[in-house]
Design a protein around this ligand. Structure first.
Ligand code: NAP
Length: 310
């Protein structure tokens, strides 16, 4: 049986295909050829796949994504309901997201940015001690990523809440769910951390109406997708002072254009979509196991529910 490999990762595809071949020796791996014809593949392993993948490969039964977010796949034309989409689950990413969120929070809550500036001026001066109650954290999304982020920060004794679509219970974390509880969640939150998937419901969720409900001196940490954020609203509310700082890892346009105002804004920290990289070895192991189970007719975890978009 042939399996199509279509990844827009810029690096050498063989570093993925060779170990996948070893793990699944009974499959013939065929790399996507931009100018080629259909290979009538039933299975595909992809990351940010080519636009025409579903229009060319009409026999696909299952697509295995080398990442957690499937928004790019769901936007490809020609995708039908008969294609099952499986996503990566954790693969070393959740702990990295927790690290990133911790770094971004501590810079503000422990004055580390301010101390860095003081060092430039050779200024030895202790700033006021931390008041943890002044830093209530709210995590958007309590899935694989968000729950790890929330529990990590709760472990540092910050007051942490999380918001998800369905009701959840998480040790040490106050949980809120659904649209009707969104305002209550926001109004107790100062540090808003986004780990949501990008869907029609979550697009532009980080907007003025959301930001206005946060506590003053708010901090925004976006690790979801760039399209969650209404950029002009963030810039305006930073300039108005309601938002103190924003740490952004994902952008509507990546790479972020050189003339984008985020680069030079004193309240914005930009990182190049690196908050959580899927680790190659564990990704390959997990993906190979999903493909094996699918072919064997066994249950496969990580199935994307198409009606909810994640
Ligand atoms: P997940 O396990 O599917 O969790 C998604 C969470 O979001 C769930 O708690 C879900 O609620 C909640 N949610 C979805 N739609 C919602 C809505 N309309 N209202 C309220 N809550 C909603 O996904 P994950 O593995 O944690 O990954 C989440 C996202 O992180 C990915 O889709 C991707 O965009 C992003 N990501 C970014 C990077 C990076 O490097 N920046 C790396 C990995 C992932 P329920 O629990 O009720 O279903």
């Amino acid at each position: 049986m042939q399996i199509l490999f279509a990844s827009s990762h810029s690096h050498d595809p063989d570093v993925w295909i060779n170990p996948l071949r070893k793990a699944l020796p009974y499959l013939e791996f065929v790399q996507w050829d931009e100018n080629g014809d259909s290979i009538n593949a039933e299975l595909a392993i992809v990351w940010n796949p080519p636009t025409q993948i579903f229009e060319r490969e009409k026999n696909l039964r299952a697509v295995f994504n080398l990442g957690a977010g499937v928004d790019a796949i769901l936007q490809r034309p020609g995708l039908t309901d008969k294609v099952a989409i499986y996503r990566l689950e954790d693969a070393g990413m959740a702990v990295q997201m927790a690290e990133y969120a911790t770094w971004a929070l501590l810079r503000a809550s422990r004055n580390f940015d301010a101390y860095q500036q003081q060092q430039q001026q050779k200024n030895w001066q202790r700033l006021p001690d931390i008041q943890r109650d002044a830093w209530p954290v709210g995590v958007l999304g309590l899935g694989v990523m968000g729950s790890r982020v929330a529990q990590t920060l709760a472990g540092f004794d910050y007051p942490v809440a999380g918001w998800s679509r369905s009701a959840k219970q998480l040790d040490g974390v106050e949980t809120w769910a659904g649209d009707e509880q969104f305002s209550g969640f926001l109004s107790r939150t100062r540090v808003l951390i986004n780990t949501l998937p990008l869907t029609s419901e979550t697009h532009s969720i980080l907007c003025r109406k959301t930001f206005e409900q946060l506590l003053p001196g708010a901090c925004i940490i976006n690790m979801g997708r760039g399209e969650h954020l209404v950029e002009q609203d963030l810039l305006a509310m930073l300039d108005e002072g309601h938002i103190q700082q924003a740490t952004l890892d994902v952008f509507a346009q990546e790479p972020l254009p050189a003339d984008h105002p985020f680069w030079a804004h004193p309240g914005v920290t930009v990182t190049p979509h690196m908050s959580a990289a899927s680790l190659r070895d564990v990704t390959i192991r997990q993906t190979a196991e999903k493909v094996r189970a699918f072919i064997a007719g066994e249950p496969v975890s990580g199935l994307v529910e198409r009606n909810r978009g994640y």
